[in-house]
Each structure stands twice: as C-alpha cells, then as structure tokens.
Write a protein that binds this ligand. Structure first.
Ligand code: NDP
Length: 258
C-alpha cells in the first residue's frame, strides 16, 4: 500500500486489459491515475470501478496515442486535474499480424502508428516536464515479440523491437536528469487481445490449448501480474533501474524447446 502515494500517473489504453490492471494497481498504491484511452466510454466505466474500489482520484480522458496533439491534451488535462504526471505508462497497443509480402501499406502504417509512434508521442509529451523537474518514470509496454519472432506475425515484432530501442535511447538520454525509462515485455497475457487472436484461428479452442501447452507454467499470465511489475518500476523502489526491460512471461522466452 502507498508505494505510489503522492504520484500522478498517466496510463494509455487503460480502458481494459493490461492498462486497466495497471491503473487499478497504481490507484491501490495511492497514485492519482489518468486513463488515456481511445474509447472514452470504456475508460469512464473503468475509472468509476477503480474509484469506487480504491477511493483514489481517477480521470478518464479520450486519447488517441497516434496523434501527438491528442496525447499532449491528455497530459494537459492530467496537469489541470491532479498535477504534472510523475509516471507515464505507454501501454496502448494493437496486434497487426501479417505475412510480410501480402501485408498492405495500411497494415504497416497502423501498426507503427499505435505500437511505436504512440509510445514516442507519450514520451514526447511528458519528458519536457520530467526533465525540468528532475524526476520521472516512464514504463513502456513492449512484448516478448520485442526479441523473439513468430513467423506470420509481421510487423508487430518490428515495432516492439523499436519500443526497446526507444526505451534504451531515452533512458540514457535523460538519466542525468533522474528520469528513468524502462520497458516490460509481457508474454501471453489473458486479455481481450489474446482472446481475439485465438478466435481468429480456424479452431479457437485448439489454438488456446496449443498456447497453454507452450507455457512452462502451463498457464498464461494475468494482467495483474504485469501491473505488479509496472508498480515496481514506477515506484521509488527502482531508483537505479533504467534503460532496461523486465520480461513477465513465466519463463517462456528462456525455453529452447521441450
Ligand atoms: P487490449 O486490446 O485488451 O487493450 C488495449 C487498449 O488500448 C484498448 O482499450 C484499446 O482501446 C486501447 N487502444 C488501442 N489503440 C489506441 C490508441 N490509438 N490510443 C489509445 N488507446 C488505444 O490489449 P492488452 O491489454 O492485451 O495489451 C496492452 C499492451 O500490452 C499492448 O501494447 C500490447 O501490445 C501489449 N502486450 C500484450 C500481450 C498480451 O498477451 N495480451 C502480450 C505482450 C504485449 P479500444 O478497445 O478502443 O481499441
């Protein structure tokens, strides 16, 4: 409790899934949280739930991370409501899984617009204030796709590799100003995104079973398990952790083969 007391945190894509779990965990730890989400209705419902469950100060703001002005506006609303964000979690992301040579230009662009430009837009909006104040923590939600490749999942891993590069570059750039930039690489986590992917397969139940069979723990992760890591990185418990990535995948990416 209170590991984030007095802090203001802005989380993108926080209406559901991992982002909503992070917002709830941050609120439980005493932060004022801003849910910056494309779907305002979902964000409002999640904000109400978090507020009634934790008593924390919570704000829902309609935000499209692909638009720099929209993200700047969200940061400005956060400042007006609670004060300048001490913590930013760039969580909003989409799956774009294609064959490289049949992928359309639009697939490429929408993947990078959300999964990489979106992260940069978030960083760009909060960094001047954090640099000026001499403190801040940015947590970028990458993926194990940031260092492993599954054929047919192009170009999502390319964008997620970029998220790690961005994390390391900005982490080094602003370390002298006490601004830490880190990433989390989740493996399979049980969210709508994962269910949507299973449901797109020819045999969704078989696809789900195949995924579970691949996991060393014989289960996939829960959004709260990513959220716990985000709390740690956002908090003052990680003052010397910078420009790196913590993997939350139950050990899956360490496995060569069964
Ligand atoms: P979900 O699809 O469940 O949630 C993502 C949220 O982001 C949705 O609320 C979505 O809104 C929102 N969003 C999408 N586009 C934008 C945008 N342009 N601006 C603002 N918000 C947006 O995904 P997860 O919770 O599963 O994933 C969260 C992050 O974790 C992503 O970056 C994903 O790549 C990453 N990740 C997820 C894994 C998993 O197994 N689930 C594994 C590894 C990484 P809307 O509903 O309106 O589209």
């Amino acid at each position: 409790m209170n590991r984030l007391a007095g802090k203001v945190a802005l989380i993108t894509g926080a209406g559901r899934g991992i982002g909503a779990a992070i917002a709830l965990a941050f609120a439980r730890e005493g932060a004022a949280v801003v849910l910056a989400e494309l779907n305002l209705e979902t964000a409002r419902q999640t904000a109400q739930r978090i507020e009634s469950e934790t008593g924390a100060r919570v704000l829902a703001v309609e935000t499209d991370v692909t638009q720099a002005a929209s993200v700047r506006q969200a940061v400005s609303e956060a400042e007006q409501a609670f004060g300048a964000p001490d913590v930013l979690v760039n969580n909003a992301g989409i799956n774009v899984f294609c064959d490289p040579l049949t992928m359309t230009d639009d697939d490429w662009r929408r993947c990078f617009a959300v999964d990489l430009d979106g992260v940069w837009n978030g960083c760009r909006a909060v960094l001047p204030g954090m640099v000026e104040r001499g403190s801040g923590s940015i947590v970028n939600i990458a993926s194990t796709h940031a260092f492993k490749i599954i054929p047919g999942c192009f170009p999502y891993p390319v964008a997620k590799h970029g998220v790690i590069g961005l994390t390391r570059a900005l982490g080094i750039e602003y370390a002298p100003r006490n601004v830490r930039v880190n990433a989390i690489a989740p493996g399979y986590i049980e969210t709508q995104l994962t269910h949507d992917w299973w449901n797109e397969q020819a045999d969704p139940a078989a696809a789900q079973q195949a995924t579970l069979a691949l996991q060393p723990m014989k289960r996939i992760g829960r959004p709260e398990e990513v959220a716990m890591t985000a709390v740690f990185l956002a908090s003052d418990e990680a003052p010397f952790i910078n420009a790196t990535c913590i993997t939350v995948d139950g050990g899956r990416s360490a496995l060569y083969h069964d």
